[in-house]
Write a protein that binds this ligand. Structure first.
Ligand SMILES: NC(=O)C1=CN([C@@H]2O[C@H](COP(=O)(O)OP(=O)(O)OC[C@H]3O[C@@H](n4cnc5c(N)ncnc54)[C@H](OP(=O)(O)O)[C@@H]3O)[C@@H](O)[C@H]2O)C=CC1
Length: 254
């Protein structure tokens, strides 16, 4: 893709620009929507070949690949009335907006692809799920840490629901830290310790020779502390509540 346009320059739009510029090159040329002016101006000043457009139509007109990175609730405001020529490719990052619905909004025959990049694309360390497979889009995400093309939106939505669990994980770590602080440990010390514990979990996950069940077993002494918390807190009722929350999210994403 020679020219990339981004409509919606917030958290993920910015991460994409930073990832694309990580190697210091000035290509591809990137065209940003003007809204969120502060972030767009900062990116354009920091990086060569990053331009802020006058409006969203100019982003579309100047790009071969048009990335839509606005919040779902803003997409009509951002997209209604735009003209998207059939020779463009549209890449939607919006959770919960199906390709058919987006095609009606944009009134175009251009290929529409969906993707779930995560903020780690800024370090080129996120595997991005895409649907349907599209060679140029998948090549773009291969450059940013990897692509995982799936055949259809049903599969895509399952992955989308999984990404909805990330901030609950951070909240879990924050709860552990608060618990220790409430028991007299300085918050800084507790937080540093919790971060270290779970960085080691992250490293262990890199060992794909061991299944998740095996990793859990390897960290657990029979009748020990880990077994106690797993069986008294993450019990079948808790696991069922998580499953139910994911099912509810998946239903809303369809
Ligand atoms: N953050 C993430 O990790 C991921 C996000 N996504 C998806 O990407 C989308 C954006 O998420 P995120 O970056 O977190 O959200 P942000 O709120 O950080 O960014 C959205 C941006 O869109 C701008 N915007 C709103 N209305 C318009 C408009 N009419 N024209 C142009 N720009 C507009 C906002 O401007 P203003 O601030 O002025 O309102 C804001 O800069 C969502 O649909 C989300 O589902 C997908 C994968 C991961």
């Amino acid at each position: 893709m020679q020219h990339i346009g981004i409509i919606g320059v917030g958290e993920i739009g910015k991460a994409l620009v930073e990832g694309l510029r990580l190697d210091g090159s000035a290509s591809p040329e990137i065209f940003l929507s003007p809204r969120g002016a502060h972030v767009a101006a900062e990116l354009s000043e920091r990086f060569e070949g990053v331009h802020v457009c006058a409006d969203n139509q100019e982003v579309v007109d100047r790009a071969d690949l048009v990335i839509i990175a606005v919040r779902r609730q803003d997409h009509h405001d951002a997209l209604d009335g735009l003209t998207v020529a059939d020779d463009k490719t549209v890449l939607s990052l919006m959770a919960g907006v199906a390709i058919d619905a987006l095609r009606r909004t944009l009134d175009t025959n251009a290929p529409i692809v969906r993707a779930i990049p995560l903020p780690a694309v800024r370090e080129r360390r996120s595997v991005t799920v895409t649907a349907p497979p599209h060679p140029a889009v998948d090549a773009l995400f291969d450059q940013l840490g990897g692509s995982l093309p799936v055949a259809d939106e049903d599969a895509f939505n399952v992955f989308s629901a999984l990404t909805g669990t990330l901030t609950a994980h951070y909240a879990y770590l924050a709860t552990l830290t608060s618990w220790a602080a409430n028991h007299g440990i300085t918050t800084d010390v507790a937080e540093r310790y919790v971060r270290g514990l779970f960085q080691n979990v992250g490293r262990a996950l890199n060992d794909e020779s061991r299944s998740l069940d095996q990793l859990a077993a390897d960290h657990e002494t029979p009748k020990g502390n880990n077994e106690r918390i797993r069986t008294t807190w993450f019990d079948p009722a808790n696991a069922a509540a998580l499953t139910q929350a994911l099912d509810g999210l998946l239903a809303d994403l369809k």
